[in-house]
Design a protein around this ligand. Structure first.
Ligand code: LLP
Length: 463
């Protein structure tokens, strides 16, 4: 890899014999054995990320639930690795709840979110006895109570709040705004608490929840969210004597998507700040607790569990996408050399929707300087299927820097594609979704999702 970027890459990626190695396993060998495109995950990295996060937070507050946001990547092998590493889980649908149960998460490890839950989903969550179903509206509060009563069971709930907290993330990733679709408005909270307490027979009001958004670059929104929830918790206790048992501060811890300083110059300020954020989870919680919990005469902090819902921070930098250059062309008019790969936005949709930056390196020529500019694009039949900002918004660099001479047959690696890529992948353009492999802690390579076939493309259709 170019010297400039070498120290910045996750330490499970190294150049070995001139080729990229993932936890010591040759990327080119993986590409020829399993084909490209290919999602590759490092089990070691998932485990390290999960443990590091838990330790950082537990140093500040001993009672923590680290509910991995399954939407970031719900491959069963990923869920199993998170569970083994001591993670809990957040689910956002009946399907994710099903997967969490299959992976072996206990009820008290599961938080269930969602803006539009069905009776069936709620019933499943109540029967399993999850830690909390997070309530997204007054309507849903009544719905949960109704479903619980019909089953003669009691649902654990937390109220999801939107406190109008702005972050410096992408607007599509901000969820603490009154203009967003999430959670209960501040003016309706008293009513929600009263209704929940009146429905004691059917619901156990256990906590409050705020998720300010994803890839949140600064600690302040978390501190504000925590302070807001602490205020509600103490108010409620004062007025009714009711004691909440958890505060859920949501997900959103960022990862650094910009390891290569040469690229940074080309990306607009706003995107740069967001994409290169580094935020220590321990510091976030420390700042939040310090600000909020000044006078705690009743000792409400004792017995309080802090719930977090990290997705990206656990899986984002533990995965990469290998892709092969299948075609190349010169444009004498613009002086550009194009490289056409086999990985389009159908495998990393955020690159198209949010113009998300995934750093690209050569796996075939890993130790060569990455200094030659190329226009890079995927195989789909859209002009928008390019690795730059077609709309010229300055959100992605116009060129990708790769080794001189990069050509058809070379394998490239899109880094930090562990989160929100595989789960959002589609078969667009009749392209079977690729295989997924995981380099296990033992060093073995496990196929954790088989490649789809052409037959798979038609297997759900009826005609
Ligand atoms: N908790 C809740 C309630 C969430 O909605 C999310 C993410 C998380 C936790 C996890 O956030 P994280 O720690 O991963 O930042 N499709 C988008 C990402 C959407 C994130 C949605 N919610 C993308 O492609 O980037």
């Amino acid at each position: 890899m170019a010297e400039r970027s070498q120290t910045e890459l996750p330490d499970y990626l190294k150049a070995r014999d001139g080729r990229l190695a993932i936890d010591g396993v040759d990327a080119l060998k993986l590409a020829s054995e399993y084909g490209t495109p290919l999602y590759v995950f490092s089990e070691k990295r998932i485990v390290e990320n999960t443990r590091a996060l838990r330790q950082a937070v537990e140093r500040i507050h001993p009672r923590v639930k680290l509910c991995y946001a399954a939407k970031a990547n719900s491959n069963m092998a990923v869920l199993a690795a998170v569970l083994r590493a001591g993670g809990d889980i957040e689910v956002n649908s009946g399907g994710e709840l099903f997967k969490a149960k299959k992976a072996g998460f206990r009820p008290d490890q599961i938080v269930f979110n969602g803006v539009s839950k069905t009776d069936d989903e709620i019933r499943d969550a109540i029967h399993y006895g999850v830690l909390a179903t997070n309530v997204d509206s007054l309507y849903e509060l009544d719905q949960i109570a109704r479903v619980a009563r019909a089953e003669s069971l009691r649902a654990n709930i937390a109220i999801r709040i939107v406190p109008e907290i702005v972050t410096r993330s992408h607007i599509g990733l901000q969820t603490g705004l009154l203009s967003s679709k999430f959670g209960l408005s501040p003016s309706l909270l008293e009513e929600a608490f009263n209704r929940a307490l009146a429905a004691r027979d059917a619901v156990n009001l256990a906590g409050v929840h705020i998720h300010v958004g994803s890839q949140t670059p600064d600690p302040q929104p978390y501190a504000r969210a925590f302070a807001e929830m602490w205020r509600l918790l103490t108010d409620l206790n004062e007025k009714t004597g009711h004691r909440l048992t958890h505060i859920n501060i949501g997900g959103g811890l960022p990862i650094d998507y910009l390891p290569d300083t040469a690229m940074v110059e080309e990306i607009g300020d706003r995107e740069r700040n967001m994409l290169s954020a580094r935020l220590d989870a321990g510091e976030v919680i420390a700042a939040a607790l310090k600000e909020a919990v000044e006078a705690d005469e009743k000792g409400l902090i004792e017995g309080l569990t802090v719930v977090m819902e990290p997705g990206r921070r656990i899986i984002g930098d533990a995965g990469l996408l290998l892709t092969r250059v299948c075609n190349t062309k010169e444009r004498p008019e613009t002086g550009d050399t194009w490289l056409l790969t086999d990985a389009g936005y159908s495998l990393m949709i955020s690159m198209a929707t949010y113009k998300w930056y995934y750093h690209l390196v050569s796996a075939s020529r890993a130790d060569m300087p990455h200094t030659a500019p190329y226009k890079v694009a995927g195989p789909l039949c859209d002009s928008g299927d390019v690795y730059f900002d077609l709309e010229n918004g300055g959100r992605l660099p116009n060129y990708r820097l790769l080794p001189e001479g990069t050509d058809v047959g070379d394998v490239l690696a899109l880094l930090n594609t562990g989160a929100y890529a595989l789960d959002q992948a589609s078969q667009y353009n009749g392209r079977p979704r690729p295989a997924v492999v995981m380099v296990k802690e033992s060093g073995e390579v496990a196929l954790t999702r088989r490649a789809e076939t052409y037959e798979d493309l038609i297997s759900f259709d009826r005609w």
